[in-house]
Structure formats: structure tokens, C-alpha cells
Design a protein around this ligand. Structure first.
Ligand code: MN
Length: 128
């Protein structure tokens, strides 16, 4: 399936445009939010996956993840951290927060689509 809906939470115009354009080109539907609060609200539309920036204007993507996980309606939506290349220990911190995967910016298209496809494939698998 390539028509899953992906919610992009990103406050940088260029990163948002690039993520949206390449996802739509692959056949994904997209929803967009430019603040963490908007992202949490938009998740009520039940996207199949959330691509979450970490540094957002109102509160962090890590806090937003916590809010999504705290609500029954959104707790099972996979959330990928979408953030600038960081040092390894920061990456570990982000993964320890409970994200399903990590995608670094600037986007490497091959990594970007592979991570999204793998995360969608795991969703609801329930065998691990
Ligand atoms: Mn940001």
C-alpha cells in the first residue's frame, strides 16, 4: 500500500515542502502541522504515521510524543523523529524517549523512504 496518510510536524518551510513533495510523489497522503500543539491536534485525524521534528516553536517533539502516547486514540500511531543530524548520544536520547525510528535532516531519500516503509510495515504487526 502506498496511500497511507503521513502527518508531518515541521516548523521549517523548506523541510516541510521537501518532505511533503517527496511523500506525495511516492503516493502517500500528507497532513501538515507547524507547531507541536497543532501536530498533537492533527493526530486526532488518525494518520498512519507521524514524522515529528524535535525543535518546534511551542514545545518539543519529545513532549508531543508523550502527549500522543498518553491518549488512547493516538498511542499506537508510529512516530518517527525527524531532526537534524545529531551526535550519537542525542540520537540515543531521542530513541529512549520512545520514538519508533529516527530520520535525519537533511533528507537522504533512500534512508527516508526505507525508514518510513519499515515503520509502516511494523505497525500493528504484533509479532514482536
Ligand atoms: Mn524545527
Amino acid at each position: 500500500m502506498a496511500n497511507e496518510t503521513i502527518l508531518i510536524v515541521e516548523d521549517n518551510d523548506k523541510n516541510m515542502k521537501l518532505a511533503r513533495d517527496v511523500l506525495q510523489a511516492k503516493g502517500y497522503r500528507t497532513l501538515e502541522a507547524v507547531t507541536a500543539g497543532e501536530g498533537v491536534a492533527a493526530a486526532a485525524q488518525k494518520p498512519d504515521l507521524v514524522l515529528m521534528d524535535i525543535q518546534l516553536p511551542d514545545f518539543s517533539g519529545i513532549e508531543a510524543l508523550g502527549k500522543l502516547r498518553a491518549e488512547a486514540a493516538t498511542k499506537d500511531i508510529p512516530v518517527i523523529a525527524f531532526t537534524a543530524s545529531v551526535m550519537e548520544h542525542n540520537r540515543h536520547q531521542i530513541m529512549a524517549a520512545g520514538f519508533d525510528a529516527f530520520i535525519s535532516k537533511p533528507i537522504n531519500l533512500k534512508e527516508f523512504f526505507a525508514t518510513i516503509a519499515a515503520t509502516l510495515a511494523k505497525r500493528g504487526g504484533g509479532t514482536s
